[in-house]
Ligand binder design. Structure first.
Ligand SMILES: Cc1cc2nc3c(=O)[nH]c(=O)nc-3n(C[C@H](O)[C@H](O)[C@H](O)COP(=O)(O)O)c2cc1C
Length: 204
C-alpha cells in the first residue's frame, strides 16, 4: 500500500541533472507515481546537462521519457496537492539539491513549490532525502546540512562508489540513486550489496 503512494521529486539548479534522470527512470520502471517539481534553474540544468527541452508541455516531454506515472508540478503553483500535508506521499527527494534551495528549506523559507513540498514533508514527519551537490562546502552549507539532518532528513551526498563493477557514468550515478532508494525503503537492484563474491580473491 505504502509503495503505491507518490514519491515527490524536486530538481534544483545544481550540477548533476543525470542523478534526477536515473532516479526518474527507476521510479518510472517501478510504476511509482512521481510528482516532479523543478526550480527555474533546475529546469535550466535539465536542458544544459541532459539536452532536455521541456517546452510548453513539460509533462508530455517527461512522460515520453519516464512513463505515465510522472506528473509535472509547476514550481510557481502553491495550490498544487504537494503543497499540502493532506496529500499523502512516501516522502520527497531533492536531487540534485543546490545550496540555495538547501538554505531555503533549512530555514523554512518557502519561496517556491519545491521548498514548500519539502517543508510539508518535514512537518508531516515523512522521509526527506536531500542529495546536495557543491564543492568545496562552506560553513554555511555545512550548517544547513546539519540543520536538515537534525530535522530528520537523510543527506545522501552526490558521492558515488567506485568499487562495485563500475563500467559507465550511469553506474556511478546509480550507486548514489541506490542509496536514495534505500533511504526511502524502495526495493531495487541497482547496486549489489557489498560482500557478494567478486572476481578478486582475498589472497591476490
Ligand atoms: C551550470 C550551472 C551549474 C551550477 N551548479 C551548482 C551546483 O553544483 N551547486 C549549487 O549549489 N549551485 C549551482 N549553481 C547555482 C544555482 O543554480 C543557483 O544558486 C540558483 O539560484 C539555485 O536556485 P534553485 O535552488 O532555486 O535551483 C549552478 C548554476 C549553473 C548555471
Amino acid at each position: 500500500m505504502r509503495d503505491s503512494l507518490p514519491v515527490v521529486v524536486g530538481i534544483t539548479g545544481a550540477s548533476g541533472a543525470l542523478y534526477a534522470d536515473r532516479l526518474l527512470r527507476h521510479l518510472g520502471k517501478a510504476k511509482i507515481p512521481s510528482p516532479v517539481v523543478a526550480s527555474k534553474w533546475g529546469r535550466y540544468l535539465l536542458n544544459h546537462e541532459l539536452g532536455l527541452e521541456l517546452g510548453k508541455s513539460p509533462q508530455e516531454t517527461l512522460r515520453a521519457r519516464y512513463g505515465p506515472h510522472l506528473t509535472w508540478q509547476p514550481s510557481t503553483d502553491m495550490s498544487a496537492g504537494i503543497a499540502s500535508g493532506t496529500h499523502k506521499t512516501q516522502g520527497m527527494v531533492i536531487i540534485p539539491c543546490s545550496m540555495g534551495s538547501l538554505g531555503h528549506i533549512a530555514h523554512g523559507v518557502t519561496a517556491n513549490l519545491l521548498h514548500r513540498a519539502a517543508d510539508v514533508t518535514i512537518k508531516e514527519g515523512r522521509p526527506l532525502v536531500v542529495v546536495p551537490r557543491e564543492t568545496p562546502l562552506s560553513p554555511i552549507h555545512l550548517e544547513n546540512l546539519l540543520t536538515l539532518s537534525r530535522f530528520g532528513a537523510t543527506i545522501v551526498d552526490a558521492n558515488p562508489t567506485f568499487y562495485q563493477g563500475v563500467e559507465s557514468v550511469e553506474d556511478l550515478v546509480d550507486s548514489v540513486v541506490a542509496r536514495v532508494l534505500d533511504a526511502l525503503g524502495i526495493v531495487h537492484s541497482l547496486l549489489p550489496p557489498w560482500g557478494l563474491p567478486t572476481e578478486i580473491s582475498k589472497d591476490a
